[in-house]
Design a protein around this ligand. Structure first.
Ligand SMILES: [Mn+2]
Length: 307
């Protein structure tokens, strides 16, 4: 049983958290990304039993390692580790990692009751990992239109309202067996999200630029859609890699999507190691946060990589 569940705030994280809360009724759900993990973990009383799910290990992992032994942590995840870190060095009591599935699928396999199968499916669809043998089998027992519609409204609502409080409330409602269609306001939020996505599609057509084998778009007008912008700019210009750049005061957030021919996750991890900054992800979806003065260099390297 877990006292706390620390989960990512996206669809996979929310659904994995809901599966784990069903296993540990009364556990508190805290939402965190890799960057906030240290702060969130250190806010918890020592010796607590904690599940960390769908949260990648940050590039600067040493403070986390030092904190880990003060808690009883079960780490459930599907993100590659930072370069130079081995799983056994994490300091967590138990680890279930599988890079080929989503975190919700791992949580379902380890802790899920049978009735949690829709949650595993939603999480898998959210992370585009719905073609694994187990998820395919679970989908067979469902009406496909219904399960994909439910997954879509959860996913769009979370893109539209990416607030930790919203993610944790939604996880709690799903754990409580409230069906997505009964979550008040969810469909309305999702339809706003869908229209925002259409705006992003149009924006990348007029503002995107294409290079040799990479397409690029900067500062899309709506926040929360950087991944979609990177995907649509890649697909619109027919390139192998799509980039969405968001410049902030000192740093730029770079979100990457790939058609599968270039491993943007390993690119992000090596850039993170080189520039001592946050970065990581999967083969087809990754992100980076680099100092403003290094942006050009990183984009150049990326353009060469996708030759
Ligand atoms: Mn995930």
């Amino acid at each position: 049983m877990f006292d706390f569940i620390i989960a990512h705030g996206d669809e996979d994280g929310v659904c994995a958290a809901a599966i784990l809360e069903r296993y540990s009724p009364g556990a508190r759900i805290l939402i965190s990304g890799p960057r906030e993990l240290l702060r969130v973990l250190s806010s918890i009383r020592e010796n607590s039993s904690i599940a960390i799910v769908d949260v990648a290990i940050p590039f600067n992992f040493v403070p986390l390692q030092k904190l880990a032994n003060k808690y009883d942590v079960y780490y459930i995840d599907h993100h590659p580790l930072p370069i130079s870190l081995r799983e056994t060095e994490l300091g967590f009591r138990k680890i279930s990692r599988d890079l080929a599935t989503c975190a919700s699928e791992i949580a379902y396999r380890e802790f899920g009751e049978e009735s949690s199968s829709p949650l595993a499916i939603y999480g898998a669809i959210g992370d585009y990992l719905d073609d694994t043998p187990l998820i395919k089998k679970l989908i067979e027992a469902q009406d496909r239109r219904t399960i994909y519609y439910e997954a879509a409204i959860i996913g769009y609502a979370l893109s539209e309202k990416h607030e930790p409080g919203f993610s944790s409330r939604l996880a709690h409602l799903l754990a409580d067996k409230v069906r997505p269609g009964y979550v008040r306001g969810l469909e309305e939020l999702a339809s706003v999200g869908l229209r925002h996505e259409y705006e992003i599609m149009d924006f990348v057509k007029s503002h995107g630029r294409s290079f040799k084998s990479m397409a690029y778009v900067e500062n899309p007008p709506i926040i929360g859609y950087a991944g979609k912008a990177a995907f649509y700019v890649m697909s619109y210009f027919g390139k192998s890699v799509g980039v969405c750049l968001n410049k902030k005061e000192e740093y730029a957030d770079i979100v990457l999507r790939s058609d599968g021919t270039v491993d943007v996750g390993s690119f992000a991890r090596s850039v993170a190691a080189e520039f001592n900054c946050d970065g990581g992800g999967h083969e087809r979806a990754a992100s980076l946060s680099v100092p403003l003065h290094s942006v050009e260099k990183v984009l150049e390297a990326l353009n060469k990589l996708s030759d």
